[in-house]
Design a protein around this ligand. Structure first.
Ligand code: ATP
Length: 231
């Protein structure tokens, strides 16, 4: 792999849908081993940005570099170092949790042992449950576990805690902090300011397809005032 200063670099990314400027000139850089958060309201352009970086949508223009290499040129081996959890994961409801992990594991040459991932995301006791019988929080832990199965260096998680109760959200936060300790880089989207504040090394606030502020959570809170709420 090339030497790189930033694990992901995005430069002037644009994606328009008709007259909707979903992503309108977004640039940022992500340090290896950090938690980087795109924070913004519904329709701000978070998912579009993430899915372009993941290669799921084509941008109108802009440049993306991952692992120091232009994204169009990264090979299969480097792709296997990326883990993705989409906003909605369509899973097969009548497979068990363990069967689902085994299926995802089979997509990759290298990766973690299914039992170890089940343990890490605290789903061991649900191994034999059908996926469509899981609670919202268990489902999100499953989605994160699936994104981890290839033992990625770089992890993209699109709104991993939306709609969860505080306890389930907290358990996902703990997981993400453990992953950071293991040296993984996490790219996160969220609506929740307190989530961005608690987890992130760097936050970009995005609205109407543009980054309107960025910085460490401490700097952002100072600059916008502790009492402010993002709506
Ligand atoms: P949310 O928090 O609700 O998921 P988001 O910040 O992820 O929102 P995006 O899903 O990226 O926002 O959407 C940004 C804008 O682009 C929205 O106005 C959305 O309606 C529009 N958009 C996204 N995908 C498409 C598409 N495939 N066709 C047309 N418009 C789209």
């Amino acid at each position: 792999m090339n030497n790189f200063k930033f694990i992901v670099e995005v430069e002037n990314l644009k994606k328009y849908y008709g007259n909707v400027k979903a992503v309108d000139g977004v640039s940022f850089k992500i340090k290896q081993g950090s938690i980087f958060t795109l924070l913004g309201p519904n329709g701000a352009g978070k998912t579009t940005t993430l899915e372009i970086i993941e290669g799921l949508r084509t941008p109108d223009s802009g440049k993306i570099t991952i692992f120091g290499r232009q994204v169009e040129k990264i090979g299969r081996e480097e792709k296997e170092l990326i883990g993705v959890s989409l906003q909605e994961t369509n899973l097969i409801g009548n497979l068990t949790v363990k069967e689902t992990f085994s299926m995802f594991r089979s997509f990759y040459k290298k990766g973690l042992r299914v039992d170890d991932v089940l343990d890490f995301v605290s789903l061991k006791d649900k191994a034999k449950s059908y996926v469509d019988k899981l609670s919202g929080g268990q489902r999100q832990r499953l989605a994160i576990g699936l994104a981890l199965i290839n033992d990625p260096l770089l992890l993209f998680l699109d709104e991993p805690t939306t709609g969860l109760d505080p306890q389930a959200r907290r358990s996902i936060w703990d997981l993400l902090l453990q992953l950071k300790k293991q040296g993984k880089t996490i790219v996160l989207t969220t609506h929740y300011m307190e989530e961005a504040e608690f987890l992130s090394d760097w936050v970009c606030i995005i609205d109407h397809g543009k980054i309107i502020r960025e910085g460490t959570p401490e700097d952002l809170i100072k600059s916008i005032g502790g009492e402010s709420v993002i709506e």
